[in-house]
Write a protein that binds this ligand. Structure first.
Ligand code: HEM
Length: 246
């Protein structure tokens, strides 16, 4: 029977090799393989400038937006186990989540605060990108994707606001839809499309729910993926355009 070679290092084991296709990153080749064969590190080019790694260059705002989005998806799925999008049951199910579901209040608050946080963080990220001039070619297309991401984030916030079906949500959406209704020419049609009728009711709730849990999150995940891919394809952050002096 063939004797198997004794393992000298963890990185030589078959399990390690089946997950990581490189040895411990203590030499230039393994270091570069670590970057290119890992899905998260792969978001960075193999070589980056010192400036782009500085915390104060990005403040981690783009990554923060991505993390907040993941928190929203996770807590949102948990809330969906209990929430019922019907005008009779929406408010009572929200109360049930808060008062009798284990960790329900916590999950709801996480969802709410992550939503507020994401709106703030995405706006700050946009300001950072503008301030560092990263909207200029070749990143202008990614800037446009960013603008759509901002609109989708605001849309997710707006549609989620109606779901608790309390006085605050009801009147906020009534006012919001009326503002849309005052737009020239297309206003009244837009208002009706938004509400699914002439006033806020069951048709509006189901419409906002579908947008909130399906269409907007799916569009967000798709565009965030394209956005991150574009950052990579545009040579990483704009700060990398000026390499470090050797
Ligand atoms: C859901 C919203 C968004 C997410 C998750 C997101 C994520 C990211 C991440 C992770 C980066 C890498 C650098 C960093 O962390 O700053 C980035 C870069 C970038 N983002 Fe966003 N972003 C979002 C919205 C936006 C918006 C609203 C804009 C502008 C209108 C924008 C434009 C850009 C551009 C141009 C870059 C390249 C920056 C550079 O080269 O320095 N993004 N984004």
């Amino acid at each position: 029977m063939a004797q198997s070679k004794p393992l000298t290092r963890l990185t030589d084991s078959r399990v390690w090799r089946s997950v990581f296709r490189h040895g411990w990153p203590d030499n230039p080749l393994d270091r570069s393989l670590t970057m290119t064969s890992n899905i998260f590190f792969h978001l960075h080019p193999v070589k980056v400038s010192h400036k782009s790694l500085r915390w104060t260059y990005t403040f981690g705002l783009g990554i923060m937006a991505t993390v907040l989005y993941s928190v929203l998806v996770f807590t949102g799925i948990l809330l969906m186990f209990y929430y019922v999008p019907s005008v009779e049951r929406a408010y009572p199910t929200m109360k049930e989540i808060q008062l009798s579901v284990p960790l329900g209040q916590f999950t709801r608050n996480m969802h709410r605060w992550a939503a507020h946080g994401m709106v703030l963080v995405v706006i700050l990220h946009m300001a950072r990108v503008f301030y560092t001039g990263a909207y200029k070619p070749p990143r202008e297309f990614n800037w446009v994707i960013g603008v759509v991401l901002l609109l989708l984030t605001l849309g997710a916030s707006f549609t989620g606001y109606l779901l608790p079906w309390d006085q605050l949500s009801y009147w906020a959406i009534t006012v919001g839809a009326n503002i849309a209704g005052y737009a020239p020419v297309a206003g009244p049609v837009m208002r009706e499309i938004l509400l699914g009728g002439t006033e806020v009711g069951q048709d509006t709730l189901i419409r906002f729910y579908t947008l909130h849990i399906a269409l907007l999150p799916l569009s967000l995940v798709l565009l965030i993926s394209v956005h991150l891919w574009r950052v990579r394809k545009d040579g990483g952050l704009a700060a990398n355009d000026v390499p470090d002096a050797e």
